[in-house]
Design a protein around this ligand. Sequence first.
Ligand SMILES: Nc1ncnc2c1ncn2[C@@H]1O[C@H](COP(=O)(O)OP(=O)(O)OP(=O)(O)O)[C@@H](O)[C@H]1O
Ligand SMILES: [Mg+2]
Length: 390
Amino acid sequence: MRLIIYNGKGGVGKTSVSAATALRLAKKGHRTIVMSVDAAHSLGDSLGVELGPEIINVAPNLDAFELDIIHELRTKWTAIKDYLSAFMVSQGIDGISAEEMAVFPGMEMVAALLYVLTFRNNDSYDVVVMDTAPTGETLRLMSFPDVSNWYLDRAFSIFNRLMGIARYTIGKIVDFPLPTKEVMKTIGELKDQMSEVKSILDDPQTTTVRLVLNPERMAIMETRRSYAYMSLYNKNVECLIINKVIPEDADGEFLREKLAEQRGYMQAIHESFDPLKIFTAYMLKTEMRGRDKLEYLADMVFGDSDPIEVYSTESPMHFRTLDDGTDQLVIKMPFVEQDQIELYKGQDNTIILQVGSQRRTVSLPMTLANAELLGAEFGDDCLCVNFRRP
Ligand SMILES: Nc1ncnc2c1ncn2[C@@H]1O[C@H](COP(=O)(O)OP(=O)(O)OP(=O)(O)O)[C@@H](O)[C@H]1O
Ligand SMILES: [Mg+2]
């Protein structure tokens, strides 16, 4: 199964490109689903169909839905929700509703990724196309299996301790409800599922990120940042899609000035991202809505090619041993300045990389468990972290 995630700044055309890609994939005969993970859904509007939280068929080979986290919390995960609610009531706090729980960061992403896992395990589709919210959220999505495992580990050990205390106080009254077997089971399962999700996200043959942008200054800057963060999270950015390009033969004084500006930005995009595969699509005179226009968008972007293709699989992170015996972790980090990167040694054989507000814990291979962290150097858009084994 392929997972194609579209991301980019607000309004650049993520939803349109996701819908167009999905239509083209379905037409090529791939069993396809397109899902919207943006709370401000517009996928249905783009496709010209009524979409909701249930999966429906919208064209031959094509299913679609708009993920609704409150619906997910109401229909699934009830054990955890009920337990948290009972625990909070026992502590004198009002219970928690699905609506309140939905605001926990990352909830939507966990739900989305669990869908992806189910699709993969049931072999339901050949391709999953994911339309996401503007950049910030998706960055969280990409790091989510790591983050959620951290939370789940803590929850597991706290609950275990509660169970331990409860055993010692048998016959006495504890002033909080104990997690039921079902709660413990749900958390255990969630942990296993998240590590499976992580393996899906980390496999560059399966999961790829496609960044959508417009030939505009802010969009280019944001795309550079996203690219750097995706590299930080070891995610395969395989191509860019420049949408809303003004055709060179556009006439009128206003458009001529816009065109001159655009040429500069197109050049800047190539200078920044070559040799990354770049697709382009022209700006239409009217809105990009409905199947005919989406088909036309797919023609502009993909031509006759099949969008299931993985345009590049180069993993942004790898380990190597240099001739002098130094072990090196090499992480591709374009568009990052050396002084933006902070590096620490973490617990449990990890190193922690901080780039701006984003932090990533990288687990080291066992062979480097006792290695000394010698420091890091930066060059050729790569961060090289050096280790020496005892
Ligand atoms: N090539 C194009 N030509 C003309 N209009 C376009 C083109 N691509 C997208 N649009 C229009 O631009 C608007 C934004 O597009 P879309 O909703 O696909 O972007 P988005 O990146 O998903 O936005 P958001 O960040 O709000 O989710 C829509 O009105 C859409 O019809
Ligand atoms: Mg959108």
